[in-house]
Design a protein around this ligand. Sequence first.
Ligand code: GLN
Length: 308
Amino acid sequence: PIIPDYLAEALGDVESDRSGEPAGYIPELAAADPERLGVAFAMTDGEVYGAGDIDMEFTIQSISKPFVYALALSDRGFGPVLAKVGVEPSGEAFNEISLESDTGRPLNPMINAGAITVHSLAGAKDLNPTERVEHVLHGLSAFAGRRLRMDEAVCASEMEHAHRNLAIAHMLRSHDVLTQDPRAVVDGYTRQCSVLVTTRDLAMMAATLANRGTNPLSGKQVVPEPVVRQVLSVMFSCGMYDAAGDWATQVGIPAKSGVAGGLIGALPGQIGIATFSPRLDVHGNSVRGVSLFERFSSDMGLHVMEVP
Ligand code: GLN
């Protein structure tokens, strides 16, 4: 078993790194076992290789952002979504209150301001907040190839401390970028972030992006190909927040991190990769996850700017 052995060895090499801290601002996440560690590779033919804790559930958090962006683009079309959310890297932290000064438009869909707006654009216009959350959950499940559910405790815990996201949503509402009730949108966005996934699920979700939008297990086309190209491009330029430039040069794989410790990468036509380790660096990216991706990229020549 060449790949599983390789993955187990890679985990062994990062295990001793105990630097960073689990996210502290969501009390339920701070309680996570920081020693958990997993990695999974999902090939575009549906084969999955893994090592470590790949079937343990944790909340998806910001890794939901590219997938819900994909849903909004396919539900509403490019024009209406791009009119509300840009595609420029912000070079700022994920929760920065950064909006274009003249229009109030969030710079990109990977920072919270953009993702909160994108949540409001998922599904048909006339959905009520509960229906919108259900639509998002259904869409995320289609990417994973199995029915996902929410962690109500994490969701409630985050909502109690969601002042910053509420402030962002109220700013967006004042610019008419958001047209719905800001509190309901933040509630829906927080539910979206509380969806439980495993490392295996995340690898399969990434593989769906790598596989032109078709889930390798179900064979179902979840979103159209032009949407996938848009999403992967934004992941490449903005997926790692203020570490996006370092990531693009050193790892070179479209990626997205989440504050629960998940990290995904999708290499078009080839593979979806996911790692899980809860301790985060100053940018909010998983410390061991970043190390693992750096290693995979150099060992296997996965940088998209490299000729294979
Ligand atoms: N739910 C988190 C928040 O909005 C997601 C952030 C993240 O994973 N980077 O703060």
